[in-house]
Design a protein around this ligand. Structure first.
Ligand code: GDP
Length: 424
């Protein structure tokens, strides 16, 4: 058996989906262990271009079993839409290749509603939520006020539990936000409609994965977002509401004692960030526009333009450390083809002091980037498939990242297609 987690080193959108799709060839099971439908993992392969939100990026490999672990926010409505959309494009999804943990909590319509209400209340100070209900969902889960998917098999107890939660949630919706209360009938209708659809996929994924591990199956864990958005280690409070680190993979999947043999950290060749919060390297104006266009940096889920900037080695080194990456994949190197000179942030200046250490979130807001400039390769590298064929300046750029963050770079991605990869 081998185990590997594919995780984001930066703010998310690093290209984890394309790396999972590529590496799945060597694995039997792909597991999403945290987050929800707010992800937008883009995969381009022989079937076309897809943006996956909740489904693991292993769904395109017919022999692979995909698992949604207990740590995910199970948005049954969006999941169903996603399943139907893939089926319409001839991707087979059935209980044989998709297993959902009966211990995953259900993201209910009121989570999305509360997310939107809270962002509206915050006004100019909003976090930039994708409004998929993730923050209210996880806070309810930690308050022990969610429904486990497995409760769908116990309709009487489920109805009673839902009625209790409804009473509590309606107090929040009406008294805190002045919104309309949720009606029990529409809630039951929603639960019935989507519950019946996902029931065939539900099982004890812990038991399934233990049996698979005993049979020496290879397990690939797929994370959402990146280290800088991790609830405990990221740029709080501009984080997501769950743990995006590799360390959470065992807990969120159903195999709490499994050891990860490998952690492949995905690093984008430049920086992008969705939503609010400190983003030390941010570019503005024409330069930003050029980079955003070159990289197609618009949210896969929301279509929002992403904030962009040069590679941030201070943040990247921190991401590598917190993820415990054993190897890295650098993606979107081809996007920098147009640059003659490439600026890279190698240190921050915080209150007059230069540092290569990633600061506390509040100090991050006061940090300024210190840039060094490197030669660009200034030619099209998107058809290169061998390290030796990369221009020397592109090799030096990759080696710079490797040396400064202290982790070997095993993959260099030069295009979105499955084969647009250089193995080192
Ligand atoms: P994820 O959420 O980490 O899976 O990343 P996203 O899917 O949000 O963002 C990655 C985007 O970049 C997608 O549109 C990919 O198709 C694309 N992509 C991934 N790797 C490369 C690459 O090496 N070069 C280029 N040009 N595009 C890439």
């Amino acid at each position: 058996m081998k185990t590997c987690a594919i995780v984001g080193i930066n703010w998310g959108d690093e290209g984890k989906g394309r790396m999972v799709d590529l590496l799945t060839e060597d694995y039997d099971i792909v597991i999403r262990y945290q987050g929800g439908g707010n992800a937008g993992h883009t995969v381009v392969n022989e079937y076309g271009k897809f943006a996956l939100h909740l489904l693991p990026s292993g769904v395109f490999h017919p022999a692979v079993v995909n698992v949604l672990g207990n740590g995910v926010a199970l948005d049954a409505e969006n999941l169903w839409t996603e399943i139907e959309a893939l089926r319409a494009r001839s991707i087979a999804i059935s209980p044989a290749n998709l297993k959902i943990s009966d211990r995953a909590s259900l993201l209910l319509p009121w989570h999305r509603e509360q997310d939107a209400l809270e962002e509206a209340r915050l006004g100019a100070k909003q976090y930039g939520s994708t409004k998929q209900g993730i923050a209210p969902f996880y806070s309810d889960k930690y308050q022990k006020k969610t429904i486990l998917a497995g409760e769908l098999f116990y309709p009487d107890e489920l109805q009673e539990h839902l009625a209790e939660l409804l009473e509590w949630k309606n107090m929040i919706l009406t008294e805190v936000y002045g919104a309309e209360p949720c009606a029990m009938e529409s809630l039951m209708r929603w639960v019935h409609t989507y519950g019946e659809r996902i029931k065939p996929f539900l099982c004890d994924t812990g038991d399934f994965l233990r049996t698979a591990a005993a049979a020496e199956k290879n397990l690939l864990f797929e994370a959402q977002l990146g280290a800088l958005r991790d609830l405990d280690y990221g740029i709080y409070p501009y984080t997501t509401s769950t743990n995006a680190l590799a360390a959470y993979a065992p807990l969120g999947s159903g195999l709490p004692t499994v050891k990860l043999d490998e952690v492949v950290g995905v690093v984008k060749a430049y920086s992008t960030c969705v939503g609010e919060g400190p983003f030390v390297c941010e570019l503005f104006g024409e330069e930003a526009k050029r980079l955003r266009e070159a990289g197609g940096e618009y949210g896969a889920k929301t279509g929002r333009p992403r904030r962009v900037g040069p590679l941030d080695l201070v943040a990247t080194r921190y991401g590598v450390q917190t993820q415990g990456a054993t190897a890295l994949a650098v993606t979107k190197l081809d996007v920098l083809n147009y640059l003659e000179k490439i600026p890279v942030c190698t240190q921050y200046e915080v209150d007059g002091q230069q540092t290569a250490r990633f600061p506390f979130p509040v100090a991050l807001g006061r940090s300024k980037p210190v840039f060094e400039t490197f030669e660009g390769w200034n030619c099209d590298i998107s058809r290169v498939r061998r390290w030796a064929d990369l221009p020397a300046a592109a090799q030096r750029y990759v080696e710079l990242i490797e040396t400064r963050v202290g982790c070997p770079i095993r993959y260099v991605s030069v295009g979105p297609e499955r084969d647009a990869i250089i193995l080192r």
